[in-house]
Ligand binder design. Structure first.
Ligand SMILES: [Zn+2]
Length: 119
C-alpha cells in the first residue's frame, strides 16, 4: 500500500511541477510580447485586457463575451487581433469596375490579421 501512495504522490508532484512550469513560461511569454496584464492570486490568475487567464492550465475566458479558449498562443492571437479587420487579415472592396466586391488585404495589419507590437 505504501508503494501505491508513493506513486500517486509522485504523479501529483509531477503535474504540479508541470503547472508551475506552464505558469512560468506563459507569463514570461506575455511579458516578452509586451502584453500588459494584472496579476491576481500570486500570478495564478491574470487579467489580460478582456480576458481572465489561468497560465498554469492555459485556460482563458473573455469577460465580456464569455467565450473560452485554451493556450497562451491562442490568447495572444486574440489580444493582438487586428481591430480593423477583426483578425481576418482582409476586408472587402469594389473591383475596378465597381461590379463585384473583392477581397483586399487589410491596410492596418498588411493582411496578417494581428496588430503589430511596436518596439
Ligand atoms: Zn487588419
Amino acid at each position: 500500500m505504501g508503494d501505491m501512495g508513493d506513486t500517486f504522490g509522485a504523479m501529483r508532484q509531477d503535474s504540479q511541477r508541470r503547472r508551475i512550469k506552464n505558469l512560468d513560461s506563459s507569463t514570461k511569454l506575455l511579458i516578452e510580447k509586451g502584453i500588459k496584464f494584472e496579476s491576481k492570486n500570486n500570478g495564478i490568475h491574470l487579467i489580460v485586457e478582456d480576458f481572465d487567464f489561468y497560465p498554469s492550465t492555459g485556460l482563458f475566458k473573455n469577460r465580456k463575451t464569455g467565450k473560452k479558449g485554451r493556450g497562451v498562443f491562442s490568447l495572444i492571437k486574440q489580444i493582438q487581433k487586428c481591430k480593423s479587420c477583426n483578425g481576418r487579415g482582409y476586408g472587402y472592396g469594389y473591383s475596378e469596375y465597381g461590379i463585384a466586391t473583392i477581397r483586399v488585404a487589410c491596410p492596418q495589419c498588411d493582411g496578417e490579421g494581428i496588430t503589430r507590437t511596436k518596439k
